[in-house]
Design a protein. Structure first.
Length: 118
């Protein structure tokens, strides 16, 4: 379940980043609302996954999916360049994300949060 949360949070990150483009500095109402809603849901799902996944792995996967996904959307829908070197490094990002997933335990027990002052 935690991996699904991270995946959905990463997909929502792509949507809110694209929403930032269309919100024109939060001056256009509908894209601004969509951006803020998807941003909030994305971070909520990400925070829920942190109960079960190591923070470093979870954050790397969350931001990696968002960054790679946004770059791919930029290439496919916004006419951004798709140079061989750009595609190579995007592939490396995706391979890294898959590698992190494959090397992280699928434990579903909650991780302990250290208490303050200890």
């Amino acid at each position: 379940m935690q991996w699904i949360l991270i995946f959905i949070a990463g997909l929502l990150e792509i949507i809110w980043v694209i929403g930032l483009r269309y919100s024109e500095g939060f001056t256009v109402l509908t894209p601004s609302i969509i951006t803020l809603i998807t941003l909030a849901i994305s971070f909520y799902l990400f925070s829920k996954s942190l109960k079960f996944l190591p923070i470093g792995t979870a954050y790397a996967i969350f931001t990696g999916l968002g960054a790679a996904g946004t770059a791919i959307v930029g290439i496919l829908y916004f006419g951004e360049s798709a140079s061989p070197s750009k595609l190579f490094f995007l592939s490396l990002m995706l391979i890294g994300i898959i590698g992190l997933k494959m090397t992280t335990s699928d434990e579903t027990t909650e991780t302990e949060v250290p208490e303050e002052g200890k």
